[in-house]
Write a protein that binds this ligand. Structure first.
Ligand SMILES: [Zn+2]
Ligand SMILES: [Zn+2]
Ligand SMILES: [Zn+2]
Length: 125
């Protein structure tokens, strides 16, 4: 699924800050905090603009959000997947989802969230 096409097909504005945020999330291939997205974008846009547009993408459900230790992390919403986060430094990676759910009676559009944590290699040494 191309996020840009989804945005346009929903009649939403594909503004430059939104495009910048999407490219950062796509290139990093790991969940990022708003602060990390802002740092990666550089000085092209001010903090308020970046944060406001991240919130907009979140509200439109165009990015996936995980909350770990009270901090939100954003990721491009491609396939259903999960994140593992280091409990010491907060480093986070994407993990594929292998959960399969059969039809659940009386429910449709089944979704699930899993919190996975561990200690990363740099914090082990
Ligand atoms: Zn770590
Ligand atoms: Zn992810
Ligand atoms: Zn899963």
């Amino acid at each position: 699924m191309d996020l840009r096409k989804t945005i346009q097909s929903r009649g939403l504005k594909l503004t430059k800050p939104r495009l910048a945020i999407i490219s950062v999330l796509e290139n990093q291939k790991k969940p990022l905090t708003a602060k990390e997205v802002f740092a990666a974008i550089g000085k092209a846009y001010n903090k308020v603009t970046v944060y406001r547009n991240i919130n907009a993408l979140e509200e439109l459900a165009l990015v996936s959000v995980d909350i770990f230790n009270g901090e939100k992390r954003y990721c491009v919403k491609e396939k259903q997947h999960h994140h593992i986060t280091c409990t010491k430094c907060g480093k986070s990676n994407c993990l594929p989802c292998h959960h399969v759910f059969k039809t659940i009676k009386d429910f449709s559009q089944i979704d699930h969230q899993v919190v996975i944590s561990g200690i990363c290699v740099s914090c082990t040494n």
